[in-house]
Design a protein around this ligand. Structure first.
Ligand SMILES: [Fe+2]
Ligand SMILES: [Fe+2]
Length: 324
């Protein structure tokens, strides 16, 4: 139901809602100083902060491989990629702060387990080939999800996504290229690549969220033009994109039901294990506890940096006052 039709809205609220609805209908952007319905603000705070949390938790599985990357070149690429993810987190925390929540509050929600992040990062990455699969499939799914978000109705979110998407496409290519090198390598390297793709394929497809019929909030997000395509549409788009890429790599996607459907003009694919998805979301994934413990430790170890930055800002402000 549109907030504009809410029977509890007062006359002045009703006119504000009408102005908001008109902006959305005209594909205009909502900016931080604009009036917005509380439910719209809350939805954005939840989605954008979860997105920010996913970026910084997502640094862990790959950060763990920086010291073990097989060459100087691979190490430099992986380091740049992990730093990009930190940057994505920072843009998104800043964009979310425009909605009236502080970074401390958001981090507190993450550290106490109140806020979620993408469940894909609760899987372990035990082999070097996982750096390839994560880039190709996980960053690939992220791009499919995020390109439409560049047109999200909330201005600071859409604008942050433009740069993020450019960097994500580098992430996907570097992952693809890792797998390509392995597939052109020895038999053992080819097996390593295939084994890794076998583990990441289904979880990557689940990154788009539950099927549309089980995703009741999606419709409201689409009406507000935060989300532009449904979970199932995005998942289909992703499958259609990766099948030819898998053929080029020479890896097999682990789904016996995967085949081209001439009538639909899309690939059909098999049922996903949603019980696993919900179990990981509830906390029983391979690495839920590990990811959160590491994040909390990193936050505690960084306390001196935040204190130093605060002290520096205070001193800079007071010397500015003296000078004026
Ligand atoms: Fe990212
Ligand atoms: Fe990425």
């Amino acid at each position: 139901m549109s907030a504009a039709t809410s029977p509890t809205a007062s006359p002045s609220e009703a006119s504000k809602l009408a102005a908001f609805d008109a902006l959305i209908a005209e594909n205009q952007r909502i900016e931080p100083s604009d009036w917005m319905p509380e439910a719209y603000r809350k939805t954005l705070v939840r989605q954008m902060s979860q997105h920010a949390h996913s970026e910084i938790i997502g640094m862990q599985p790959e950060g763990n491989w920086i010291t073990r990357a097989p060459s100087l070149k691979r190490k430099a690429i992986l380091m740049a990629k992990v730093q990009d993810e930190a940057g994505h987190g920072l843009y998104l925390y800043s964009a979310t702060e425009t909605l009236g929540i502080t970074r401390d509050e958001m981090l507190d929600q993450l550290h106490t387990g109140k806020a979620k992040y993408s469940s894909i990062f609760n899987y372990l990455a035990p082999s070097w080939a996982d750096m390839g699969s994560i880039g190709w499939l996980v960053d690939g799914a992220a791009i499919a999800n995020q390109v439409p978000l560049c047109r999200a109705s909330y201005g600071p979110y859409g604008r942050a996504m433009v740069r993020i998407c450019k960097e994500e496409s580098f992430h996907q290519r570097q992952g693809f290229e890792i797998l390509l090198a392995l597939m052109n390598g020895t038999e053992a390297q080819q097996r390593m690549a295939q084994e890794s793709v076998d583990r990441w394929y289904a979880p990557a497809l689940m990154m788009f969220g539950p099927p549309d019929a089980e995703s009741p909030n999606s419709q409201q997000s689409m009406a507000w033009k935060i989300k532009r395509f449904s979970n199932d549409d995005l998942r289909q788009r992703f499958v259609d994109m990766i099948v030819p890429q898998a053929e080029f790599l020479g890896v097999t996607l682990p789904d016996p039901d995967l085949r081209w459907n001439e009538d639909r003009g899309h690939y059909d694919f098999g049922e996903l294990d949603w019980d696993e998805f919900y179990a990981v979301l509830r906390g029983s994934g391979q690495a839920n506890a590990l990811r959160l413990a590491k994040r909390r430790a990193a936050h505690d170890e960084g306390a001196w940096v935040r204190e130093a930055a605060r002290a520096y800002a205070e001193r800079a402000a007071s010397s500015e006052r003296l000078a004026s």
